[in-house]
Write a protein that binds this ligand. Structure first.
Ligand code: NAD
Length: 472
């Protein structure tokens, strides 16, 4: 079985289907010389294609046409993503829908970008304008390629920039499709180009390139820190969307049926390969045994199957080498003294033999100071802990370096408000989990990131403010 990182053969990256190990496609790796030429082409397009000067409603028309192009190829794109990274087909379809919504939303936003005018103060008037940076780098992870690409590319283009999009070497196939669809939709040549290859090589070269004026990154915290260092040295802005270890909190007064269903979906959806996976389950002590028993019972009956199988609830992990990381994570949890209540291994059976499958895993018996509770598994691994009162809950929930999201289940509005305000997280879900809309900003506290994507904040990331004064 292939347990090596994504294979490169000569100058090619090969994507293989984690459900079968079969090759899905290959792309050429971008060389350093090609990167230089791409940056030049991007600047040329920025200055000469007319995109920056285009009236906002004309730019909006192209973004809408990109959305239409995605609609026309929705099923093919969803299936390509399914084979590229193994997520269930229904989830892949939802991600293409999300990408479509993002292009439509920023088409609308384009039309409403307004200039602020300060009325005359004596003998002058001032205007505040939003201007593009020029050439920006958008770097995305492998877990939801089409959705993450759209979340960056749509607002970056809406703000008038030329984009160099670098997808993960583990899921390289969707970004070229997006660039092709954008080109067919009328986006000028050179305004969206795809850089392919390994992060430590071409990714690092992209971030350090003097022609890149802004960096938008989604990925792991260690990489984010490295990119932030380079950006700091170069004094270019870097928006960083990073990892999480989000607490999912269940109080005794909650609607426990809904809470249990949401806890299970919150961690095992996308096989836990979601930055907002609710990977720490905090249960009020009086209902700890009951809730944990129900969560384990549901986790044990989740249908783990091929991503396009009937009724599939969890597919394989995105790659064999990522599954190796998850195996090591759970082995370490055992070594730390964790009790594996379900899963904790690769499933048996012929249907799993060729794929990167791992069973939904629930662990308890560990303290919040364990590495299992502190580090992101980015896989189907849930660790459960009891809490005795609100103060204990807040202390435990905030006791990690991350601060991306949290979920709170309680029937008390006042308690939900108190706890929601007290938890260090960029997104707080109360009596729901993992909801996301394009209009609402998203991003992390603490080591989970800097900056906010989505909504108007998501556009402002890609714009710099210019103030102009006119003497009267
Ligand atoms: P990663 O950090 O390994 O890689 C992300 C991207 O960065 C890839 O394209 C990679 O090639 C590139 N890269 C790696 N090193 C680089 C470098 N030195 N310079 C420039 N680029 C470099 O992350 P991953 O394994 O692809 O994704 C998983 C991580 O992403 C998890 O931690 C997850 O929580 C996080 N994530 C966060 C969000 C969010 O919105 N906060 C969303 C999805 C995933």
């Amino acid at each position: 079985m292939d347990t090596l990182p994504p294979s490169t053969r000569g100058e090619e990256l090969i994507s293989s289907d984690p459900a079968t190990g079969e090759e899905v496609g290959r792309v050429r790796v971008t060389t350093a010389g090609e990167l230089d030429r791409m940056v030049e082409r991007a600047w040329h397009a920025f200055h000469n294609s007319g995109w920056k000067a285009l009236l906002p409603h004309r730019r909006a028309l192209v973004l809408q046409a990109i959305a239409d192009g995605l609609v026309a190829e929705k099923e093919a794109l969803a299936r390509l993503q399914m084979r590229d990274n193994g997520k269930p087909l229904a989830e892949c379809r939802a991600m293409v829908e999300s990408a479509i919504g993002t292009f439509r939303y920023y088409a609308g936003v384009c039309e409403t970008i307004e200039t602020d005018v300060t009325p005359p103060r004596g003998d002058y008037v001032s205007f505040t304008l939003l201007e593009p940076f020029g050439v920006v780098a958008c770097i995305t992870p492998w877990n939801s390629p089409i959705m993450n690409d759209a979340t960056k590319v749509a607002p970056a283009l809406a703000a008038g920039n030329a984009v160099l999009l670098k997808p993960s070497e583990d899921s390289p196939l969707l970004a070229p499709e997006l660039a092709r669809i954008a080109r067919q939709a009328g986006l000028p040549e050179g305004m969206l180009q795809v850089v392919q290859g390994k992060g430590a090589e071409i990714g690092a070269a992209l971030v350090a390139h003097p022609g890149v004026r802004m960096i938008s990154f989604t990925g792991g915290t260690v990489t984010g820190r490295a990119i932030g260092r380079v950006a700091g040295e170069r004094l270019v802005p870097a928006a960083l969307e990073l990892g999480g270890k989000s607490p999912h909190v269940v109080f005794a007064d909650a609607d426990l049926d809904h809470a249990v269903a949401a806890v299970v979906a919150g961690i095992f959806g996308s096989a836990g390969q979601s930055c907002v996976a609710g990977s720490r389950l905090l249960i009020e002590a009086s209902v700890y045994d009951d809730v944990l028993r129900r969560v384990v019972a549901r986790a044990e009956t989740l249908r783990v199957a091929a991503p396009d199988a009937e009724g599939v609830e969890m597919g394989p992990l995105a790659s064999f080498h990522h599954r190796d990381r998850v195996i090591r994570f759970v082995d370490r949890a055992r070594a730390e003294g964790g009790r594996i209540l379900c899963g904790g291994c690769v499933p048996d059976g012929a249907e799993y033999a060729r794929g990167a499958y791992y069973l939904p895993t629930v662990i308890d018996g560990l303290g919040m100071d364990s590495l299992t509770c502190q580090e992101e598994a980015f896989g189907p691994v849930l660790v459960a802990l009891p809490f005795k009162d609100e103060a204990d809950l807040i202390a435990q929930a905030n006791d990690t370096a991350f601060g991306l999201a949290c979920g709170i289940w309680t029937e008390s509005f006042k308690r939900a408000w108190r706890i929601g305000r007290a938890l260090e997280a960029g997104s707080v879900w109360i009596n729901t989990y993992k909801q996301s809309v394009t209009t609402t900003p998203f991003g992390g506290f603490k080591n989970s990131g800097i900056g906010r994507e989505k909504g108007i904040d998501g556009l402002r990331l890609y714009a710099q403010v210019k103030s102009m004064y006119f003497g009267l």
